[in-house]
Write a protein that binds this ligand. Structure first.
Ligand SMILES: NC(=O)c1ccc[n+]([C@@H]2O[C@H](COP(=O)([O-])OP(=O)(O)OC[C@H]3O[C@@H](n4cnc5c(N)ncnc54)[C@H](OP(=O)(O)O)[C@@H]3O)[C@@H](O)[C@H]2O)c1
Length: 343
């Protein structure tokens, strides 16, 4: 099969589009023909070497895919060849840890494209336990935008943020893969949503995702806007920025409000005035990865039409380097998808 392989950390040019052996599914595993592979900013961090310095090479990146069952390993029930499926974008590899919740706390938890070969390929071998039926009716390229963004958005907004109907929620980077999905999950739960982006294009995408208030942070202060909009501060802030923005996210939350730390697009280190935090008796919670139940709940919302994929564009798999360049340069609004079978 063809795959985009990396042999070292580095810039965009580390991808080699080449022939590698197609896996033969082990007992309990399924061989999935990948019809479309979604890209996340996380893949870019892995390629740079800033997430997993211990990575073994050669390596295939990619956590997200939509595909169809190509071959069943021994002892696999419940799937048939040709069935449309989505691999869960993160799971424990040790069978004894399959039932640990949250799955992200299992010692052997990893992601396709991190601890096991990823989706930038024509086929992937996935444990049947960590494969879900894709009955969304979406095209493969639309479905491939979903897994990580949808499942982690569900986890961060619904489970960790405990967002409920009537809440006022701030979601940052409403133009990004994660942010645009977090807006949709909050809206599906019945919340009102404010979102941020650093330009008119991003603001448009945030609105398209359903934001009731979209703030252009290149010329507006989101703390002031959110406090005025919510009447004193958001009930929940989903912070996928980190860095120097986390302190402002804390300021944008109401007294007793919850801030969910989810990402670090603006930096890995943050400082804040503790008085702004404990005077208001606020809570800061971390959200990491997702469970299979989060993905299934999210896909139900997609089927019901409450959540929609936001596909920016597709590129052939051989152009993985160009795809990473677009992501790193913030030129993608929503999601970018690789097509492993395109010429
Ligand atoms: N905890 C988890 O389970 C989990 C899961 C998935 C992702 N994440 C994290 O969430 C973050 C976003 O991921 P993603 O896949 O959505 O990335 P993405 O699709 O590339 O979107 C990120 C967006 O953030 C904005 N941005 C980038 N740099 C910024 C900066 N310095 N200051 C302010 N805004 C900036 C950009 O939008 P504008 O230019 O329009 O502002 C960009 O489009 C990443 O840190 C990622 O690692 C965490």
């Amino acid at each position: 099969m063809k795959a985009a392989v990396i042999y070292e950390f580095g810039n965009f040019d580390v991808f080699k589009y080449e022939e590698v052996s197609t896996p033969d599914p082990r007992p309990g595993y399924v061989l999935v023909k990948i019809l479309a592979a979604g890209i996340n900013r996380f893949d870019h961090y892995i390629r740079e070497g800033s997430v997993a310095p211990e990575l073994a090479f050669p390596h295939i990146l990619g956590a997200d895919a939509a595909g169809e069952v190509a071959k069943l390993g021994a002892d696999v029930a419940g799937f048939e060849v040709g069935q449309r499926v989505i691999p869960v974008p993160g799971f424990p590899t040790d069978e004894d840890e399959y039932e640990i919740r949250p799955a992200g706390t299992a010692p052997s938890f990893t992601l396709p494209g991190l601890g096991v070969p990823g989706t930038y390929a024509q086929y992937i071998e996935v444990p049947a336990h960590w494969l879900v039926d894709d009955d969304t009716g979406l095209s493969p390229e639309e479905a491939a935008t979903l897994p990580m963004a949808l499942a982690t958005a569900t986890r961060s907004v619904k489970i960790i943020g405990e967002v409920k109907a009537g809440d006022k929620v701030l979601v940052h980077s409403g133009s990004g893969g994660a942010g645009s999905m977090q807006i949709q999950v909050a809206k599906a739960l019945g919340a009102e949503v404010a979102s941020t982006a650093r330009g008119d294009n991003g603001v448009r995408v945030a609105r398209k995702a359903g934001a009731d208030l979209a703030i252009n942070t290149s010329n507006e202060d989101f703390v002031e806007r959110v406090q005025a909009w919510s009447g004193g501060g958001a009930d929940v802030v989903i912070d996928n920025l980190g860095g120097d923005q986390l302190a402002k996210s804390i300021d944008a939350a109401r007294a007793l409000g919850v801030i969910v730390a989810f990402g670090f697009s603006a930096g890995t280190e943050a400082t804040f005035d503790v008085r702004n935090f404990f005077f208001g008796q606020k809570t800061l919670r971390g959200s990491m990865a997702s469970d299979i139940e989060d993905l299934k709940w999210g896909l139900e919302q997609v089927k019901a039409g409450r959540i929609k994929p936001i596909l920016d564009r597709t590129l052939p798999l051989r152009e993985a380097a160009q795809a990473h360049k677009l992501i790193a340069n913030n030129q993608i609004k929503g999601n970018l998808v690789l097509l492993p079978w395109a010429a």
